[in-house]
Write a protein that binds this ligand. Structure first.
Ligand code: ATP
Length: 211
């Protein structure tokens, strides 16, 4: 099985979790093969793109057969480290942060929030979803060495300073839920999810490009 991740284009890599989740559900329902058309309808990616994506990891669909579900899943598991639990931290236990603390990520994708940080005194020391909230001042002391990913759910004005501290402390990936455009060194990756912009964009598309 070919699994040289450096050869997979970024756009393809971004679609892998989408494929993975769908294929897992498929396997759970007992299906052993799937066509690119079926996949395409389910994950809303055109089938030519799916075929190209899959060809990068040596999965060539057979005409009239489709793809072997367990072959694809084992590839994805390896590529996405699904066999390993990835531990992440969360900074900012406000409304959104609280929702994430209660959301069981590991059930869906093998990532788990293991520690949270905030600055509000009455939140410090509290436990939420089995995870303790620490003061952000103690970040460097508390951050486990193996943790390199942080979810950022703080107010926009605090985001850049916090990101700087996270990077200093060794964080390599930030999932940014604030509207702030963070600047970080090239060695750090930021994925930005601005919920209000996404919602606005959805409304715009519905209005101007009705399906
Ligand atoms: P809430 O109703 O709890 O205020 P919210 O999501 O609307 O929720 P925000 O003002 O966005 O609140 O703040 C989110 C969380 O980030 C809060 O719990 C706040 O205490 C925390 N926070 C603010 N500044 C920092 C900081 N510098 N470091 C860490 N956490 C912070």
């Amino acid at each position: 099985m070919k699994s040289d991740q450096t050869k997979i284009p970024q756009a393809t890599a971004k679609r892998l979790p989408l494929y993975y989740r769908f294929l897992e559900n498929l396997q759970a329902s007992g299906k052993q093969r799937v066509s690119s058309t079926e996949l395409s309808e389910a994950v809303k990616v055109d089938s030519a793109t799916i075929r190209r994506d899959f060809s990068y990891f040596g999965a060539l669909g057979k005409k009239g057969y489709g793809y072997n579900v367990s072959y694809l899943l084992s590839f994805f598991r390896e590529t996405l480290n699904q066999d390993e639990l990835t531990k992440v931290i969360l900074v900012g236990v406000g409304n959104l942060g609280t929702a994430f603390m209660h959301y069981n990520f590991s059930k869906n994708n093998n990532t788990q929030i293991v520690m949270a940080f905030d600055v509000m005194e009455d939140k410090i020391g509290q436990e939420m979803g089995g995870v303790t909230i620490h003061h952000f001042d103690t970040l460097e002391k508390m951050l486990p060495e193996e943790v390199t990913v942080a979810i950022l759910t703080v107010p926009v004005h605090a985001a850049q300073n916090i990101a700087d501290r996270l990077v200093e402390a060794g964080i390599k990936g930030i999932l940014n839920f604030t509207p702030a455009r963070l600047s970080v060194p090239d060695s750090v990756r930021v994925h930005h999810i601005d919920l209000s912009v996404e919602l606005q964009s959805l409304v715009y598309f519905l209005k101007h490009y009705p399906v």
